[in-house]
Design a protein around this ligand. Sequence first.
Ligand SMILES: [Zn+2]
Length: 337
Amino acid sequence: MKAWFSSMVCAAAIGLSVGAPARAADDPAPAIALRVMPINDHLTAFYQGRPDEASVKPGPKHWPDLGAIFVGVATYAIHQGDTAVVYDTFTDTASAQWVRDYLAKVGVRRFILVNSHWHLDHIGGNAVYADSMRIATEATRQKLTDKRAAIEDGTEEGPPAIKPLLVPNIGIAPGNTVTLMVGTVRVLLHPEAIHSADGLVIELPDDKILLAGDTLEDTATFVAEPQTIPQQYSNLGAMRQWGFTRILPNHGNPQVIAKGGYGLGLIDMTRAYIRRLVEHSHDADFQTQTLESYVGDAVKRGDVSVWWAYHEAHANNLAVVAKAWKDQPIPAFDTLP
Ligand SMILES: [Zn+2]
């Protein structure tokens, strides 16, 4: 999510990443507690946030609250033996260091960082992996390089700044799937232009699991790039055919994630949601159409549940879709590939 104001890599290359330094005793603890959710013997979710609305104190809110903590944020580690692939780094280095320390305690010495996309709540703790191989799409590398100064001085999304910003050092070109082996676990990195053009999702084909990044969310996707909704709709349809049966998003219900994730209905509801946004964007009452009216049928099917913090995300979605589509003809979604 984004805050709402505003060719093959050789598997053997894994051996290039070096050992973990010991954690300094004075490292700060994460401001928001982390929950550890083992998904299976080589996949672990780390989860932070999603407070009840009543427990949120009044006062100024910043991008980590709005983009990640209030909706809840997960990162993932695929690990076997002394090696782990870590998928995203939370909003800050203290949280990322906590994850690294946790993995080090269970024997991980070699880390490979993979970033799902450039949004700040996914890269805030990258600095913890200065000694490691760091992979993203080439588009993410480019975006973060271009925005480095603004991110480091806290003007990209407002404070807090991310300083230093550590940009991934390996970029995957569009259309290339990269295979990594973590011990015996096959890890496929797929560039996927959904939610943001620079997206990267992870497939674990032997587990039939998709780590979806921000391409899918419960309660509803955050529309960051409204102009490309028809292409995202098609890309979601194609991704649905890959063969996975469980989905673990970065922003979802912790109870569902802890139980192993979502079914393919999460893709169906996301496609229906973004399609409806565009199809209704010329309605006179578009700006007041409720989240419930958009996701009610998916809630009834059990695909998602309504979480309070998504009302603001939905309001943002209505605003950006109206702006992008007000003078555009509505595409015939049924004829899209
Ligand atoms: Zn995002």
